[in-house]
Design a protein around this ligand. Structure first.
Ligand code: NAP
Length: 283
């Protein structure tokens, strides 16, 4: 049976650091605050919002939720983000995705002030990740790196297979791994022989959002498997990409869903928010 790489201790280590930094800021009268922008009533978005509010408030931070009707015109949403950008009491802003079809997601994401872009979605943040420069990287990719470091799983020189090439997870994650000197293979829905590519890796990271995609056929002994996928099942249960029961009997180490990467992502958001507050309140 594989070693289970739980997210909680990783999240706790990050949160401890964040707590100290929030204390130092509040002693100077700076209260780190996040704006969450949501359009419509998507169930998984409202669930994410509730979790984020609880986590950040527990760490002494403030969260302001800006909820809009499904049919809000794009221009009004842009104006709302401009007001958030200009508000000196708000240090970070995230927009819950996906947005309704009449709204251009890239335009909205790119309208967030780069210094408040705590989920790494603006062009500036994305290019910083690709250029290997300082900046906010998206929370899920950052969580994978934190998890590997926490459990002492080396990245340098290792073969890492990333399943998924989205701008939110797969691509930035691949760049972060490359910056740590991994040899990275990026797979997607047109990859021929996905199972073979996955088996060749030392570390397999799946971010496809396809429950049960990674089976015993995709893994071998000695691997570390990280499951970024989170899909709500028919009864509302959270499902990962990896067929956990069969895969955990073969590989060396594996993250669970729930209880793995998703737990860490909230702490990375908190870490990015406190960093933004420190930068924006610097004299
Ligand atoms: P996405 O935009 O839908 O991208 C999915 C990627 O997976 C695409 O690149 C797609 O390939 C690839 N893919 C889909 N089916 C595949 C298959 N059968 N074989 C190989 N590749 C396949 O999703 P995302 O936003 O990146 O999110 C991915 C998953 O991560 C979702 O379950 C999401 O909920 C989860 N997530 C988790 C966290 C967290 O904190 N744990 C944060 C963000 C996202 P193509 O490009 O060819 O279509």
């Amino acid at each position: 049976m594989a070693r289970i790489l739980y997210g909680r201790p990783v999240a706790e280590a990050i949160s401890e650091d964040v707590h100290g930094r929030v204390d130092r800021l509040t002693r100077r009268g700076v209260y780190p605050a996040l704006a969450i922008v949501r359009v419509g009533q998507n169930g998984s978005q409202t669930a994410y919002e509730r979790t984020a509010v609880r986590r950040l408030e527990n760490l002494g931070m403030d969260v302001q939720c800006f909820a809009f009707k499904e049919d809000i015109p794009e221009s009004e949403l842009l104006s709302a983000i401009e007001r958030i950008n200009a508000d000196p009491l708000i240090h970070g802003c995230i927009v819950l995705l996906p947005l309704p079809g009449h709204i251009r997601s890239r335009l909205i994401c790119s309208s967030i002030a780069p210094l408040k872009d705590v989920d790494g979605v603006t062009g500036d943040s994305i290019s910083a990740v690709f250029l290997g420069e300082a900046g906010f990287s998206p929370c899920a990719p950052g969580s994978c790196i934190e998890l590997l470091d926490y459990y002492g799983i080396g990245i340098k020189g290792r073969r890492v297979c990333v399943v998924g090439r989205s701008l939110v997870v797969g691509r930035p994650l691949s760049m972060l791994l490359l910056a740590r000197d991994a040899t990275v293979t990026i797979c997607h829905s047109d990859t021929e022989d996905l199972a073979g590519e996955c088996r060749r890796a030392d570390i397999l990271i799946s971010a496809a959002g396809r429950p049960g995609l990674i089976t015993a056929d995709h893994v071998r002994a000695g691997q570390t498997v990280i499951d970024v996928g989170i899909t709500a099942g028919p009864d509302g249960e959270l499902l990962g990409d990896v067929a956990f029961e069969e895969v955990s009997g073969i590989v060396s180490a594996i993250t669970p869903v729930p209880g793995g990467i998703g737990v860490i992502a909230g702490s990375i958001l908190a870490k990015n928010l406190v960093t933004a507050a420190e930068i924006l309140s610097a004299d």
